[in-house]
Write a new protein. Sequence first.
Lengths: 651, 200
Amino acid sequence: VSVAEHQRVAEVAPSNLPSLHKKLHEMWESEPGLLGWLSTVDHKEIGIMYLVTAFAFLTAGGIEALIMRLQLAGPNQHLLTPEQYNELFTMHGNTMIFWYAFPILSGFSNYFWPLLLGSRDMAFPRLNAFSYWVFLCSGIFFYCSLAIGMAPNDGWFNYPPYASQPFNPGPNIDFYLLGQIFFGISTTAGAVNFVVTTLRTRCPGMSINRFPIVIWGTLSANAAALFAVPCVSVACFLLWTDRQWGTHFFGGTTDNGQPLLWQHLFWMFAHPWVYMIVLPAMGIVSDGIPVFCRRPLVGYTAVALSTVATMMIGFGVWVHHMFATGLPVLGLSFFAASSILISLPSGVQVFSWLATIWTGRPVFTTAFMFFAGFIFLFVIGGLSGFMTGSVPVDWQLTDTYWVVAHIHYVLIGINLFPVIGALYMWLPKMSGRLLDERLGRWNFWVMFVGFNIGFFPMHIAGLLGMPRRIYTYPADVGWNTVNLITTIGSFILAVGLLLFIINVVQSLVLKRGKIAGPNPWDAGTLEWATSSPPPPYNFAVIPAVASRHPLWEKRLQEGDGETVLDRGLVLDDHHETLGVTALDGEPDVILKMPSESYMPVLEALCLSALFAGLVAHLWWLALAAIIAGTVVALAWLWPRAEVGQIEAAHG
Amino acid sequence: MAKTFAYEPPLPVGSVGPRASGAWAIIFIGMSEASLFAYLFFSYYYFAIQPHSGPWPPGGPPSFLYAAPQTAAMLLGSVAAWWAQTGVARAARGALLLGLAATLVMSLAFLALQFADWFDKPFSIATDSYASLYFIITGVHLAHVVVGVVIVAAVLVWSALGYFGPVRHAPVTVAAIYWYFVTGIWLALFFTLYVTPYLT
């Protein structure tokens, strides 16, 4: 078969030919060792790199939180200075919200999307590697600030005027501003990849009404990222020029600027972001609960539409973060109404999960307990959010620990619990071994009890009037007991997470876990049709699906035709996968995929040099990095015959 | 190996016409970059509707002296890019090369006019909020045009090397879409910065 061909009749073969497996394995396998790791474009390896790195950031952010809880355990403590406390809560918030919560979900999506969609890779494998390396480099850049003792100190929302140059002259805030822009490049690159992958690289028959819900969640989140991330990049760039070049956007000591504009721009980004870091996790639960309740999800269409609706309404609620800033009443009323409206699609999903459990036959695995625990925490976090959606209640509770309780119920409840549940469900697929279920029970209950002991009292601290972001408090205002309980709870939660790490080390690293086999949970979606772990090429032949649950089809008798897994399109002329039509999933094109490349990691290093030059005011370094980055980009994108980009005469 | 049967009809292979994945990527990148400008324009209007002690913009509405020919350069560049894009699809090598070269010339003319406009302004980026908005918004657009120059120059070189033909020409499509995007953004910028001050 010539690489210069423009079209060909795709051949079909049975999936169990040993010669085909051997050929594909040699073709798709990444190089071993460090160099292979730097150049890999295998979505599964990149997914694992995402998960491990995001978990490392979770650990760092968790340690920062525990140090703060020690400081707040009792009144008038001096473990930390006020400045150290400011830096810690800023690092904690940014680490968790940006470098943990979104990338961990991208990790799952990277690993599982091609498997769930019946493809061999993402639409842009090298862009996929690039978004990982930029994620890692931006995180290292952000933590350099802590290493030199000049970490950002104005919280994760970085309000001016305190973030303005006259009040905060050091490089602390510059690390925040440039770090956000840097990280946004990773998010945007990943978002383009996820959106085009959904539209293009699927198996025949994977029409949009057969997507697993996690595809809907991640697609909504990443489509939203395309529109939301530029907002914070603009805000950070404008504040950076205020600080460097004396522009007048947000004001400093002069009245020539609008501090409130920062709040608009930040929350126009950050409220959608909050939905972006929970919707994929809610999608995981929507797919996981049916596995352990032995039945399809109740109300698939309603849940899919609610997912998209939540994301869209999420763009129209940002002012509820600004109820106390003196905006006109008409504006507040509108945004209060839109904020409360969000509870409708959220409610649809909650009732759909409950109905699935109610009408199913639940198997109480650790993964199921994390998913069920998530529903409980989601309802509490949703209710506390619903309450502050009301303007007068918000005026009473804004900037108190009530809001701290709410955000942690939402983010730990809707992100961390599903993530740990998903790891219990999917790590067997990724590693080939099951985690220990007995230790898993301990893991769940210690985390669940610790979390509620730690964070529920924060509601009470808020009602008692304790403001957020204070480094200590006097002994006689009645906050001592709730704070001590909170600190104890936070350490129990940390022990729970430690049990998870011990379980992973025991079962997977020391290989004491039971062999999982291809489908340990007898689940119905396509990722369980491969071996555990899946081969580098995912599927020996491209499957053709006829329903939402290809592996449950015979039992459920759903779908018009029949899913075919044991024979299908071969596509074995170098790296190939199938491109399909966007809505119906009809075969459209045979896509030529790139193989290993060092360009993504080199481009990420050029960006690192650029941002290092900007933060250190080494303008020659920034300029050199831009020139080097352009050269690398041209080398990366130079049209090549083997991926079918240039005409036959040059093939 | 034993192939049992084949999928009919034949499928295109690789980057074929508008089916290339890169053409999808540039559309979504363009949407993201367009929202970046939407937030910049939001910031401009946010300042424009605040109560002012004097006129807005402080020096009166800006002149069209450079902006009008800049608009012409952008539009002509887009027409030339369209000529190159349709040219490569019907194997007209002359249209492809001349079209891309004309787009390149128009983009360089645009940059020259933009710098002339900047040096003609009596204010600097740090004068007041209007001046900051003016320089940052035109500057961010200018940075996008510079990227466009690199893209068009690269695709021109690749075209001159004879890489592209009626079937395989995804980079030409990508460069053309990028140029339409930069032109569209310029029109929105032109309306915001140059036209709206005359409407009050």
